[in-house]
Design a protein around this ligand. Structure first.
Ligand SMILES: CC(C)=CCC/C(C)=C/CC/C(C)=C/CC/C(C)=C/COP(=O)(O)O
Length: 210
């Protein structure tokens, strides 16, 4: 119809801005994917990036939290760990739903050699490592009493995990940027819905101290 033709010929400012952002994103992400393969410009740093990948993977965080929960002998410790577990599971669910809805393909230069992935992890938006890094870092800063250097380290770790996703070629810059934002917001949700023996007594009765 004439109306549709007019819309095609006069794309909105938002449409142009989004398309430009995506073009810059693809161009920048390709340039930054310097560890995407052994033979890439920074291929020798790839093992270090893979180590960062493991440090932000869901499996070690879930198993580590479950292990600490099983060993915890205080109510306060169990409460924090139970909420961390809830946070990690909520994050997996939310990222899987968004990845499944958006279905953005991973960058062409990525090698799909990640360990232990879910089927939705063939998609790249948002970066699950970035969401986890942001929320775990915020969780740690808010619930552990740490010296300043360790607090700085927690923030640096999250930033470096996010950066490593782009350097490895796993993600575009916008996947990681949105991942950070989502992880940050998810922490606010968890803080708001904080589980305690008062509002979830059954859950805590399951994990009575040994
Ligand atoms: C152990 C418990 C309590 C539950 C297990 C729940 C479950 C289904 C865990 C799966 C964990 C898993 C395989 C996570 C995938 C992590 C990953 C590779 C994400 C991709 O990150 P991205 O940054 O590349 O998007």
């Amino acid at each position: 119809s004439p109306d549709e033709a007019r819309m095609d010929l006069n794309p909105s400012f938002l449409g142009i801005a989004l398309r430009s952002l995506l073009a810059i994103d693809l161009w920048l992400s390709k340039k930054l994917g310097v560890c995407a393969a052994e033979g890439a410009a920074w291929g020798s740093v790839r093992p270090l990036m893979m180590l960062l990948e493991v440090s932000g993977h869901g499996i070690p965080w879930l198993l580590g939290t479950l292990y600490c929960l099983a060993r915890s002998d205080s109510w306060a410790g169990r409460e924090v760990l139970m909420n961390l577990l809830f946070t990690l599971l909520l994050d997996l669910l939310l990222v899987a739903v968004i990845k499944g809805l958006v279905r953005r393909r991973r960058p062409a230069h990525n090698q799909m050699d990640m360990f232990f992935t879910l089927s939705v992890d063939r998609y790249s938006f948002p970066s699950g490592h970035a969401t986890r890094a942001a929320l775990v870092s915020r969780f740690i800063l808010n619930h552990l009493v740490l010296a300043i250097p360790l607090r700085v380290l927690a923030v640096l770790w999250a930033l470096v995990v996010g950066l490593s996703r782009v350097l490895l070629g796993r993600h575009n810059v916008t996947d990681v940027a949105f991942g950070f934002l989502l992880g940050y917001l998810q922490y606010s949700i968890v803080d708001y819905c904080w589980l305690s023996p008062h509002n979830a007594p059954v859950l805590f009765a399951l994990w009575s101290p040994p």
